[in-house]
Design a protein around this ligand. Structure first.
Ligand code: ADP
Ligand code: MG
Length: 687
């Protein structure tokens, strides 16, 4: 056990009461304490002569206690006042309701204090200052750059600083786990120096150097852990080696009504190569809305059929499941693939038929929602699991699908692209393919942001488009965490439009609370052109595909994130006609303002993702994956973009040389990874 894994109680000045308080902050060991980083630093290195103290500022000064008095200015209130002088002037230091203060203020004692200065008449005063005796061996709260920590009841700044300071003594005896070659390549300071300077820096430059080193560690340890976990999964399990293409893939290719884009071709080749390997595939396909991910999935599934196996496609909504089933049908039929649809609303008889078909092997492909991961669903030979819009599924849900096959290949697809660097971090355990090209001839959706006053013009525009034979969506605002209110808003909007501005058009309503047969019916009527304007909640966000729709009006657009707006806009991006997206919004924040402007000017989903990252930081993006990893405390995604790639490369290099981290030089690294990731490793491998 490394020296810093000792319990906090064993540190000087930390008894069992304080240890219990620290435990509330998740601090149990000296190492935990050292990794409890200051939320900021306070520069108290300059001592100000008392005569020069400035009211309104927090300042540090030194002086002698000249007098101390206690009084009770009001019932139930106790005031301690000390007069402190340094030859240039005097200042009154005051504390309320701390009668014990008086004992630590012997007259004649030299002290250093820090606090907020104010003026009472002509007299300078400082309220509740932090105080240290001048003769103290180390000044932790004064006369230096002082760390300011997140705290809990029973542990004040002074105690926390002292405890961290004590813990720093242990780290002197800890071997740096980061191999020196890596430190040298990246100009990183040594472990002990890093901890020293992140807490008690001598200047802010060394503090930043310390942050860089420890931020590197955060990312590097995670990368090594993720890659080790994946390695363990792929090595332990022998996957299915699919055969070279046969008649199914060829039939699919022959039946495509278009040529694959270069990007699609590259990505499907990557998938096929993975599938032929015995190593199980664990691949993420990122592609902008409309980039044609579905056909790539279909071609991958075809390969499974050619090798005598089954495949499954899981999507987050019923509408999407039904649509995939519809859209793939002609292609699949042509290639002799039998695909069935399973959702929560599939009838009992149909369900039984599907189940026996899956077991006999008569059904090749199962398309569906969460229903496909139910226990009762069993395949004869499942070799490929595809999930669409994967960010909607948790790791566990995907895991249950994987368990239905004998180590099947896994393909996840997402239309919420994130910048490549970030993808490498978030999906460190997956190979990432990018479909970074749209099919030819796509016109970018023209996007306009309009305020309330111009609503009548917006409806006029919608009518004009419909008169030309096109169709429109009206999407109602996102109401945070209340599907009920969302449904209400959409219903109301549909009524209003029917009664007023769109009274002579056929207006339909779609939301998640409708019985599924009504949903299907409504989607069918919209697809067939019978409904001209579809008012809906955000249920259309994901993947809905009606080529004749050319306008999408998004209400309350300032409430949506960029990627969601882009998804919604993607609904009209698939037509040969010019398409339009109209954002109705009265933004309340500068950031919302910038988001709307970004939507007007940027049409590429990847660029938009970069912008989103810049505007909101990665918290949102990282949060989308319920991976249960420790949070990043020091990585700053606006500064550390290069670190993500660098740490991933270093991790790959390390594991290539020493896959199990057995080499004597890697023993400390191995220990540290187990300390940080030991419990979460098992889950990670499931991608
Ligand atoms: P997404 O990537 O958003 O899931 P889809 O797979 O739904 O996109 O494809 C969007 C539309 O583009 C579909 O109508 C599909 O048939 C069409 N499509 C896909 N690939 C091509 C291509 N290479 N050329 C022309 N159209 C294509
Ligand atoms: Mg799709």
């Amino acid at each position: 056990m490394a020296a810093w894994q000792r319990p906090v109680q064993s540190l000087k000045g930390v008894g069992s009461t304080r240890a219990q308080a620290l435990a509330r902050l998740g601090i149990h060991t000296a190492a935990d304490l050292l990794n409890h980083f200051p939320r900021e630093h306070d520069d108290r290195s300059t001592l100000v002569p008392i005569a020069f103290l400035m009211p309104g500022h927090q300042q540090t000064f030194q002086g002698q206690i000249m007098d101390v008095r206690s009084s009770r200015p009001k019932r139930g209130m106790h005031l301690t006042k000390a007069v402190v002088g340094d030859g240039t002037g005097t200042v009154h230091a005051v504390w309320w309701n701390q009668p014990y203060r008086q004992q630590s203020l012997p007259i004649g004692k030299q002290v250093v204090m820090t606090g907020k200065v104010s003026k009472r008449g002509h007299q300078l005063q400082v309220d509740v200052p932090e105080l240290e005796a001048l003769g103290a061996p180390e000044h932790l709260s004064n006369r230096r750059i002082v760390p300011v920590y997140p705290l809990t009841t029973g542990v004040g700044q002074g105690i926390m600083r002292r405890a961290v300071y004590e813990a720093l003594r242990c780290v002197k005896r800890v071997e740096d786990y980061l191999p020196s070659a890596i430190r040298e390549r990246h100009g990183l300071v040594e472990l002990h120096e890093a901890y020293q300077n992140i807490h008690f820096p001598s200047d802010m430059v060394s503090c930043e150097k310390a942050r860089q080193r420890l931020a590197f560690d955060e990312l590097y340890l995670m990368q090594v852990a993720l890659q080790m976990a994946r390695q363990a999964y792929t090595r332990r399990q022998t996957g299915i080696a699919h055969s070279p293409h046969g008649k199914t893939v060829n039939a699919l290719l022959g039946a495509l009504p278009f040529r694959l884009t270069q990007a699609q071709q590259r990505v499907i080749d990557e998938c096929w190569t993975d599938m032929e390997d015995t190593r199980p595939m664990n691949r993420l396909i990122q592609g902008d809305v409309g980039s044609g991910k579905t056909v790539v999935a279909a071609l991958a599934m075809g390969k499974a059929m050619d090798s005598g196996y089954q495949a499954s496609l899981m999507v987050p909504t019923e509408i999407l499941a039904e649509q995939h089933h519809e859209n793939l049908r002609p292609l699949f039929t042509h290639a002799g693939i039998c695909a069935r649809l399973l959702t929560g609303h599939t009838g009992k008889k149909e369900r039984q038929a599907i189940q026996s078909g899956l077991q006999s092997g008569e059904v090749d492909v199962l398309i569906g929602t969460h229903a496909v991961i139910q226990e009762t669903v069993a395949f004869r030979a499942l070799s490929l699991v595809v999930t669409d819009e994967q960010h909607r599924f948790g790791v566990r849900q995907r895991a249950s699908l994987v368990e239905k096959g004998v180590c099947p290949d896994v393909l996840v697809m997402t239309a919420t692209p994130i910048p490549r660097t970030l993808a490498l971090t978030v999906y460190g355990d997956l190979d990432v393919s990018m479909i970074d090209q749209l099919p030819p001839g796509r016109k970018p959706v023209r996007t306009f942001w309009r305020t309330e006053e111009r609503r009548p013009l917006v409806y006029k525009f919608v009518r004009d488009q419909v008169k030309q034979g096109r169709q429109a969506y009206v999407v109602c605002p996102l109401i945070f965490e209340s599907e009920h209110l969302e449904v209400e808003a959409a219903t109301e909007m549909a009524e209003k439009l029917k009664a007023g501005p769109l009274h002579d058009l056929s207006v339909g309503l779609l939301h998640g609370k409708l019985p599924s047969s009504d949903k299907e019916h409504m989607m069918r009527r919209f697809r067939e052109g019978e409904v001209q304007v579809l008012v809906s909640t955000t249920v259309v966000e994901v993947g809905v595909d009606v080529a004749n729709a050319t306008v999408i009006v998004i209400e309350g657009a300032d409430r949506f994130g960029l990627s969601q707006l882009h998804q919604l806009r993607g609904r009209v991006a698939r037509s040969k006609y010019q398409a339009y997206c109209i954002l109705i919004a009265q933004p309340k924040t500068a950031q919302a303002n910038e988001r709307l402007k970004a939507m007007e000017t940027i049409s590429d989903g990847f660029l938009l993702a970069e912008e989103d990252l810049r505007l909101r930081g990665p918290g949102e993006l990282l949060g989308t994956r319920q991976h249960g990893l420790p949070p990043f405390k020091l990585v700053d995604f606006s500064k550390d973009v290069n670190l993500m790639q660098a740490t991933r490369d270093e991790a790959t290099r390390l594991l290539r040389e020493d896959p199990q981290l057995n080499a004597p030089g890697h023993q400390h690294l191995n220990t540290r990874i187990m300390e940080v990731y030991g419990t979460s490793l098992g889950l990670l491998s499931l991608g």
